[in-house]
Design a protein around this ligand. Structure first.
Ligand SMILES: Nc1ncnc2c1ncn2[C@@H]1O[C@H](COP(=O)(O)OP(=O)(O)O)[C@@H](O)[C@H]1O
Ligand SMILES: [Mg+2]
Length: 286
């Protein structure tokens, strides 16, 4: 039976403890603003700090993270859904021992999956999640259901914006839809491709002023900045994390600061507004 194939070690469907797991979603509204680079390199930085990190490629159909890190996974979630593989079999190892769950084409049908398959997949995902300190979703661009699923399922939403006006309007559109349709109120913001932290803070303040005015129950927090650095595209061309290739570059120092900040924060503990069945909500099993 499918259940057997998907999960050879069946476990009771009990709420997982979130005491050691943080689920972050990185999103932006606009594409090309540096989400995948941030996810790959933040995951690298967290792994280097001794954290067990699983990056979930939630940019459905594009699978950028694999290419960015020079990985060529043979299997993806589609193989789990068809019963050919367990989740453990499809997770690939990246640099600094971080793990990547390739989406492949499998997740494209997330919204159309039968309930039974959603339950089995959720069971599998919940089970493997317990081994990790961090799960990081690299979402796609836009404000489609596939993006809002993963943002709503995460404990923390990190938004990436740049100095471009279109990036700011698109990130605002995402905040608005997540707030008004998915009851999200708290967002953290990273400003990418800036010349200085001063510039990043000024961009952030403009964004916060607009949300304060029009989305009164939204709270934005400045998480950090990433400098513009030609080493990013150099590393992209070499299909390696810039943190690995250029650890002392400006951009790596910025991501190091972000990783330090995130790792030093208090972890969510059960009963503190946590969502133990986070995968259930991601897959909308009700
Ligand atoms: N801090 C930066 N400095 C220089 N170039 C950057 C920076 N961040 C991103 N880029 C460029 O933007 C491109 C798109 O980044 P990517 O992470 O793929 O964006 P997204 O995932 O949001 O679509 C990268 O290939 C890189 O060339
Ligand atoms: Mg991307």
């Amino acid at each position: 039976m499918l259940a057997r194939v998907l999960n050879p070690h069946p476990i009771a469907l009990v709420p997982m403890t979130t005491s050691s797991l943080r689920v972050l979603a990185v999103s932006s509204g606009k594409g090309g603003v540096g989400k995948t680079n941030l996810v790959a390199n933040l995951a690298y930085g967290l792994s280097k700090r001794g954290q067990n990190v699983l990056v979930v490629d939630a940019d459905l159909g594009l699978n950028n993270i694999d290419i960015l890190l020079g990985l060529a996974p043979r299997f993806h979630i589609g193989h789990v859904l068809s019963g050919e593989k367990n989740i453990e079999d499809i997770i690939v190892r990246g640099p600094a021992n971080l793990r990547i769950l390739p989406a492949g084409d499998g997740l494209q049908e997330l919204t159309q999956l039968e309930t039974e398959k959603k339950m089995l997949l959720m069971d599998e995902l919940d089970r493997v999640s317990q081994k990790y300190d961090f799960l990081i979703f690299d979402t796609g661009a836009g404000i489609s259901q596939n993006v809002t699923y993963f943002c709503s399922a995460a404990h923390e939403i990190i938004l990436v914006a740049t100095t471009e006006p279109t990036s700011l309007t698109d990130v605002y559109a995402l905040i608005k839809v997540l707030n008004q349709k998915h009851a999200q109120k708290y967002f953290r913001v990273v400003i990418n491709s800036v010349d200085s932290e001063r510039e990043a803070k000024s961009i952030f303040n403009n964004l916060a002023a607009v949300t304060d005015r029009f989305l009164t129950d939204v709270s934005l927090e400045y998480l950090g900045f990433i400098q513009y650095d030609p080493n990013v595209s150099r590393a992209v061309r070499q299909q390696k994390a810039f943190m690995e290739l250029y650890p002392y570059s400006k951009v790596s120092q910025c991501v190091d600061l972000l990783a330090d900040k995130i790792v030093q924060e208090k972890r969510p503990t059960a009963g503190e507004g946590d969502r133990p069945f986070f995968w259930k909500s991601a897959l909308q099993v009700r």
